[in-house]
Design a binder for this molecule. Structure first.
Ligand SMILES: Cc1ncc(C[n+]2csc(CCOP(=O)(O)OP(=O)(O)O)c2C)c(N)n1
Ligand code: SF4
Ligand SMILES: [Mg+2]
Length: 349
């Protein structure tokens, strides 16, 4: 009689908290094949897996758009709120005020952020709320069939031949000027750079704003578009070669301090920014804004970490928010005693 042998079980690879990568995945994507947003979802899965973040500590927040749908496709064990178009910042602010132990991960689109949501975006950036804010930037309103968004470049062309005659809003320059403390631009097709910048964002304790150019294969990947795969590949000018050493890996790295800038993040992780060509100081707001202005003039797409400040107080520190989730506080800690109420009434007399 023939005997059957069962193949030996290969144990699944796990991260530092014992979870395998399936714990960081979500539903199967319903976005178009080749959409840049799918590649960003994959990098988010990798970053949170490799950082060993507990999925139940993450709150995924988004607005409306193909980009804003994408949180359904990663971190399926995390909390999630798909907000109203352009209103994700308010929901994120409330979430973090209610429980500062969460890690807020916002995913928005260029339309969601730079058009209908611009008012909410600017106030979020000036508050330096601890959160990761990703703009999946394709220069169009993908979900509503490809109209220009406010990040579309002057002179870029729609599939129908219509030319864009308005200048773009640079969300990175805006975020830096307003007060965000970790600001970067990347490309959905640059797996390595995007993964490192995402890990740095997880380690940061203020607003980490990542504008990720993410081509829309259906409506904005043709000749004449400045957000197509081929245009971005041809015009991408990486500012630095970025690498990341997480706090839980006690690794010493040899580098030439003249050519590499080391940034220590809030949790002790380190970002190593090896200069590529020009001298650049990522702690100078003025330099960052100048760099972005010059890049626009030259028609270059500069990617990398533009600005970082690990010292500025964040919104929760400014407000002195308690450590515990507000919902767990007993009445004795949330209700002022009668004596305090009486004093207030006296002052108002
Ligand atoms: C209040 C409101 N106005 C308009 C719309 C229609 N709408 C849905 S998504 C969208 C734009 C999405 O563009 P973007 O944020 O760039 O996301 P993408 O689909 O390109 O990823 C618009 C205008 C809406 N859903 N709600
Ligand atoms: S329409 Fe564009 S943005 Fe939306 S899923 Fe398709 S390729 Fe992506
Ligand atoms: Mg868009």
């Amino acid at each position: 009689m023939a005997t059957t042998t069962t193949p030996p079980q290969v144990p699944k690879k796990t991260n530092r908290i014992g979870l395998d990568s399936s714990a960081y995945k979500g539903n199967r994507s319903t976005l178009c094949a080749g959409c840049g947003h799918n590649a960003i979802s994959e990098r988010i899965i990798e970053a949170f897996y490799e950082m060993g973040v507990e999925p139940h500590r993450v709150a995924k927040l988004s607005g409306i758009g193909c980009s804003s749908k994408s949180p359904a496709y990663f971190l399926g064990l995390s909390y999630a709120c798909n907000a109203v178009h352009g209103r994700m910042p308010s929901i994120a602010t409330g979430t973090m005020l209610a429980n500062r132990n969460l890690i807020a991960l916002g995913v928005s689109g260029d339309g969601d952020t730079a058009s209908i949501g611009i008012g909410q975006f600017v106030h979020l950036m000036r508050r330096n709320l601890p959160m990761i804010y990703i703009i999946e930037d394709n220069g169009v309103y993908g979900l509503t069939k490809g109209q220009f968004s406010a990040t579309a470049d002057l002179g870029s062309k729609l599939k129908s031949g219509v030319l864009n005659d308005l200048p773009p809003i640079d969300t990175c320059a805006l975020a830096i000027q307003l007060g965000a403390t970790y600001v970067a631009r990347s490309f959905s097709g640059d797996k390595r750079q995007l993964l490192v910048l995402l890990k740095g964002a997880v380690a940061h304790q203020g607003t980490a704003m990542l504008d990720v150019i993410s081509p829309c294969t259906t409506f904005n990947d043709h000749e004449g578009s400045t957000k197509s795969y081929s245009f971005v590949k041809d015009h991408d000018e990486p500012l630095q070669d970025v690498s990341f050493v997480p706090f839980f890996e006690d690794i010493t790295v040899d580098y030439d301090p003249g050519a590499t800038v080391e940034v220590t993040m809030h949790d002790g992780s380190r970002l190593l920014l090896r200069k590529l060509g020009m001298d650049y100081d990522p702690t100078s707001k003025a330099e960052a804004v100048r760099l972005l202005t010059e890049a626009h003039t030259k028609g270059e797409i500069v990617t990398g970490l533009f600005y970082v400040d690990t010292k500025a107080p964040n919104f929760l520190q400014l407000l002195n928010v308690v450590d515990e989730p507000l919902a767990t506080l007993p009445e004795s800690r949330v209700r002022p005693p009668q004596r305090v109420l009486d004093e207030i009434m006296e002052e108002l007399k």
